[in-house]
Design a protein around this ligand. Structure first.
Ligand SMILES: C[S@@+](CC[C@H](N)C(=O)[O-])C[C@H]1O[C@@H](n2cnc3c(N)ncnc32)[C@H](O)[C@@H]1O
Length: 138
């Protein structure tokens, strides 16, 4: 269960998830970026971007994976981080603001409910819009 505090200690299972995410994106960012004009990464349950011991959360892990390959990408990367709790979204926003950002990226931190935000940003094609309720990201 997610605690009530803005940031909380990193649990072993989350650390494991982050390892998988880190390796997955290290492989996929260069592949997608070599042919796609735009790569989008959406973290629908973003959290505050940091744990109590200073470890990065999933949004910063994704951003760092992109940053390592940014110069090799043909196009740009767009990040959408969705977090419903205002204090956590604000914490993440501050971390992103202070990060060193390559030119070819856009980042939005939305204080919003995942499903509502996704429904608002997805194109008005029923099969795609229905995906919002099926895809629950990291
Ligand atoms: C497990 S934590 C985030 C972990 C983070 N993705 C990571 O791996 O570092 C889940 C987060 O989702 C947020 N959350 C829960 N329900 C949500 C919803 N319907 N829309 C957006 N955020 C939500 C919680 O406030 C919490 O911060």
């Amino acid at each position: 269960m997610t605690p009530r505090k803005t940031v909380w200690p990193l649990e072993p299972h989350t650390r494991g998830k982050h390892e998988v995410l880190r390796h997955y994106l290290a492989a996929w960012f260069p592949i997608l970026g070599s042919f796609a004009g735009r790569v989008a990464f959406i973290d629908g349950f973003a959290g505050p971007g940091q744990y109590e011991g200073g470890e990065p959360g999933s949004p910063l892990i994704a951003f760092e994976a992109f940053r390592k390959h940014a110069s090799k990408l043909k196009g740009e990367a767009a990040f959408l981080f969705i977090e419903e709790k205002a204090d956590r979204a604000e914490h993440l926003r501050r971390l992103i603001e202070s990060a060193d950002k390559p030119k070819n990226c856009k980042i939005e931190v939305a204080t919003a409910d995942f499903e509502k935000k996704m429904t608002a940003v997805l194109p008005p094609v029923p099969i795609i819009r229905e995906t919002a309720s099926l895809v629950r990201l990291v």
